[in-house]
Design a protein around this ligand. Structure first.
Ligand code: HEM
Length: 200
């Protein structure tokens, strides 16, 4: 019951960011299937620049979930899209993330990255025709690893372990800060659909 209330608070505190992200040109194009292969690959490269440092920042709190970090799914998708690991390693990365100094703050960041996987299924369906020419999958990130991911239910269990208002508020503040960092990272960025930085 307490987790239900905390989740409501998390959702309410981040809903404006979430709504704004629905209108982001790159994400909206993917969600409506109005993106080509080049734009999709560029979007994943940009998302990788956020998810890899977020996952690294949560590394010290790895016991919060035993699920594969979402940046690993992006690495697999990028590989399928022709972006090799050495090319992934030199992609720009977000350097203005909130510091996650304890588990309560790390749970706030986990809420954002695992929550964003929930809406991914619809995006996976929308981009399926775009990815049809690929031999590899290319859509593990959005498809939530074909719906097998356990990160969200594990997050809800971990939220139970928070004790008291100050810890809950720390989780909410970290979730809001992570959303804002993501918005800033994606701001003014849109896939250049004619750009083909790497060949499939
Ligand atoms: C166009 C892009 C997006 C769409 C269409 C979308 C859609 C959705 C949908 C349908 C849900 C509810 C899923 C469910 O309850 O089963 C959801 C939840 C959520 N999404 Fe998104 N989303 C998008 C982008 C993002 C992004 C970029 C983030 C964060 C970086 C994000 C964070 C979240 C979170 C945290 C939740 C969980 C909310 C809660 O129930 O507590 N979403 N999204």
């Amino acid at each position: 019951m307490r987790v239900g209330r905390l989740r409501e608070r998390l959702r309410a505190a981040t809903s404006e960011s979430h709504e704004r992200l629905h209108r982001h040109p790159g994400l909206a194009a993917a969600a409506s299937g109005a993106i080509d292969l080049s734009g999709y690959r560029a979007l994943l490269m940009r998302l990788y620049g956020f998810h890899r440092p977020v996952d690294a920042g949560m590394g010290a709190h790895a016991l919060l979930t035993d699920e594969t970090p979402r940046s690993r799914l992006l690495e697999s998708d990028l590989q399928a899209l022709g972006v090799a690991r050495d090319q992934q390693d030199v992609l720009p990365r977000c350097a203005t993330l909130p510091l996650l100094t304890d588990d309560a703050q790390a749970l706030g960041a986990l809420y954002v990255v695992e929550g964003s996987a929930l809406g991914g299924a619809a995006i996976a369906r929308a981009v399926a025709p775009v990815l049809a020419p690929l031999e590899g999958d290319g859509c593990r990130f959005f498809s939530n690893d074909s719906g097998k991911r356990r990160g969200w239910p594990q997050l809800l269990v971990r939220l139970e372990s928070l004790s008291g208002e100050s810890q809950e508020q720390a989780t909410i503040d970290a979730a809001v800060a992570t959303f804002l960092a993501f918005e800033a990272w994606m701001k003014d960025w849109a896939p250049k659909t004619d750009a083909r930085p790497f060949c499939v």
